[in-house]
Write a new protein. Structure first.
Length: 262
């Protein structure tokens, strides 16, 4: 199947049909309810059900959590994905599914090594550096986050949006949207030449530039001081991003057309 545009999805009609296109459960896509993990997905992703126990469908993208996770966490993530996944002009879910991307959230008090696949491959080595999660890669297609961040705002920023931003950028948009990489590269070059994002994490490389940018576009970034503190500066809202880095703002405005997170 080729790249799916929003126009083709809207022409397709009902949510249940859209979910079917993506390989989702129409019933869960319509209700957004949390339930047990379907046996077919346990098999597909080789899930260890001693830990994995909860699931919700986000328009064809699977969200998983442990038995003891609050349902509210998965519902809130799904609701936010309702904005993050509706990119213009191409819809990313088919590409994410093609690469077996799934989202996994750990419960309060757990670290990344609680996820069976993470512990099996990395032991506890990712617990400190990636305390709030990480984005999916071709070799390890899990996009992860924490219940403490999603529900409690641990870290005073929505790090789920940051890490899923990496996933969206590197596992989908750069593959399906021909304009995306040239626009991002041009914005990044302009930012570097103009001395923007110095003394911030966004200035590290083009990947963090995108991920920090999507947080600021949706107004869920950490408020740092003017000039930066080594991680953040004061550009943490859509209005500030528009004034400070117009090319990056324009990229997100093209992709999201003014959408806001619920």
């Amino acid at each position: 199947m080729g790249a799916i545009t929003r126009r083709s999805l809207l022409a397709a009609g009902a949510t249940g049909l859209l979910a079917t296109i993506a390989g989702a459960s129409p019933a869960l896509a319509l209700t957004g309810s949390v339930g047990p993990i379907p046996p077919s997905l346990v098999t597909k992703y080789s899930l260890d059900t001693r830990w994995y126990g909860k699931y919700v469908d986000a328009w064809g993208l699977p969200l998983f959590g442990p038995h003891h996770l609050q349902d509210e966490t998965l519902v809130r993530m799904r609701n936010q994905l309702g904005t993050l996944l509706w990119t213009y002009p191409y819809w990313p879910v088919h590409e994410l599914n093609r690469q077996n991307v799934r989202l996994v959230v750990v419960a309060r008090g757990e670290r990344m090594s609680a996820i069976p696949e993470v512990y099996q491959q990395f032991g506890t080595s990712m617990d400190d550096r990636y305390w709030a999660g990480f984005g999916a890669t071709p070799s390890f297609p899990l996009s992860t986050c924490t219940e403490s961040n999603v529900l409690d705002n641990q870290g005073r920023a929505n790090l789920f949006v940051h890490e899923f931003g990496h996933t969206l950028h590197l596992m989908a948009l750069q593959n399906i949207d021909p304009a995306m990489s040239p626009e991002l590269s041009s914005a990044w070059s302009n930012a570097r030449a103009s001395g923007l994002w110095t003394n911030t994490y966004a200035g590290t490389d083009i990947k963090e530039y995108f991920a920090e940018g999507i947080q600021s576009y949706f107004g869920v970034n950490y408020p740092g001081p003017p000039g930066g503190d080594g991680v953040h500066n004061d550009i943490n809202t859509r209005a500030k991003l528009q004034t400070y880095d117009r090319p990056l703002f324009n990229l997100f405005e093209r992709i999201y057309r003014g959408a806001v997170l619920p």
